[in-house]
Write a protein that binds this ligand. Structure first.
Ligand SMILES: Nc1ncnc2c1ncn2[C@@H]1O[C@H](COP(=O)(O)OP(=O)(O)OP(=O)(O)O)[C@@H](O)[C@H]1O
Length: 303
């Protein structure tokens, strides 16, 4: 379990993290979400004892991480995939980590196999792609079979097969009862993986809830309708209290009535329908709405 209490980090000009309080529980995948610059990496570094908080505390299983003598056997973390010695091979890098953390040497081959790098184990890390470096970072995190795992933007640079693999891996680690905390700036990366979400913006907590609770915040389902008589159908549906928006491709997006009711109304009014499709609101959209006020770097909009 990871517990963060009133955690604050102030740099000279920026409040990178401001009074954050949340808990990350075992047996679940918890997504740590926020736009660029929200303070995710700074928070993770403080949890791992790599940065000192200005105030507040972060503990792993009840104690600050830097007090832990068992290192990689207690917590595995992927922070910056580039933060490894490029002149070494993957095997040499992992073997050194295993040695200094009292982990049996056989784990090196096991984790290389697990992350799909067995064939590249003897190659210099300097020649690895970003995706391969991410896999190596994940291998290092898994080396000591720790109960707590922390991954900062692990999906960056992975190919589609890698994305699927890593999602399955996180689910499996959680099912084994481990604490799995994964940061991302994209909701889409988390919606098929996370059970719980911690959302931050400008260093402050915006939401800490289950994915289901988060989904319930979004603005309800919309229905796409295609008809040869858009004007007639629009009048019919707005009279019944729906909002109808014409789309560029000639279809209508209807909110406020469900597909069954729209079909019924059209049938009774003898309006022909060519399409009637329900869309559940996208979580990405809900995430963007939720964090809109705290987006620091907005394309095309000087602030
Ligand atoms: N060493 C530092 N000195 C000064 N400011 C810093 C330092 N590290 C981070 N910051 C600032 O703190 C804020 C939070 O940065 P952080 O890297 O934690 O965000 P993030 O959520 O991980 O962002 P991203 O998704 O872009 O990685 C930013 O405004 C950043 O510029």
């Amino acid at each position: 379990m990871i517990e963060v209490n009133e955690l604050t980090k102030r740099y000279r000009k920026v409040n990178a993290v401001n009074g954050l309080t949340f808990t990350v529980r075992p047996g679940q995948v918890t997504g740590f979400l926020g736009p660029n610059g929200a303070g995710k990496s700074t928070t993770l570094r403080m949890i791992l004892g790599l940065n000192d908080p200005t105030s507040g505390t972060a503990t792993i299983d009840g104690r600050p991480f830097r007090d832990r003598p068992r290192g990689l056997r207690q917590v595995g973390a992927l922070l910056d995939a580039h933060d490894v010695h490029g002149g070494r091979s993957a095997v040499a890098h992992l073997s050194a980590l295993a040695r200094s953390n009292g982990i049996p040497r056989r784990r090196v081959d096991e984790v290389l196999q697990e992350v799909g790098l067995a064939a590249a184990g003897r190659r210099r890390i300097g020649g690895f792609s970003l995706g391969m470096r991410q896999r190596l970072g994940i291998a290092a995190a898994l080396l000591g079979e720790p109960p707590v795992l922390i991954f900062d933007e692990p999906i960056n640079g992975l190919d589609p097969e890698g994305v699927l693999w890593v999602r399955g891996l996180f689910r499996r680690l959680a099912a084994e009862g481990r604490t799995v905390f994964v940061s991302s700036h994209l909701m889409s990366e988390m919606e098929n993986t996370a059970d719980q979400l911690i959302v931050i913006g400008r260093g402050e907590l915006i939401a800490a809830e289950s994915l289901a609770q988060f989904a319930a915040r979004s603005t309800g389902p919309a229905v796409t309708v295609r008809t040869p008589d858009p004007a007639g159908l629009t009048t019919l549906l707005t009279t019944e209290g729906a909002s109808v928006r014409p789309d560029e491709d000639g279809s209508l997006t209807v909110t406020g009535l469900d597909a069954a009711r729209i079909g019924e109304l059209a049938f009774h009014a003898r309006v022909m329908l060519h399409e009637l499709t329900t869309h559940t609101a996208s979580l990405e959209k809900a995430f963007m709405e939720l964090t809109a006020d705290s987006v620091e770097y907005l394309a095309g909009a000087p602030r």
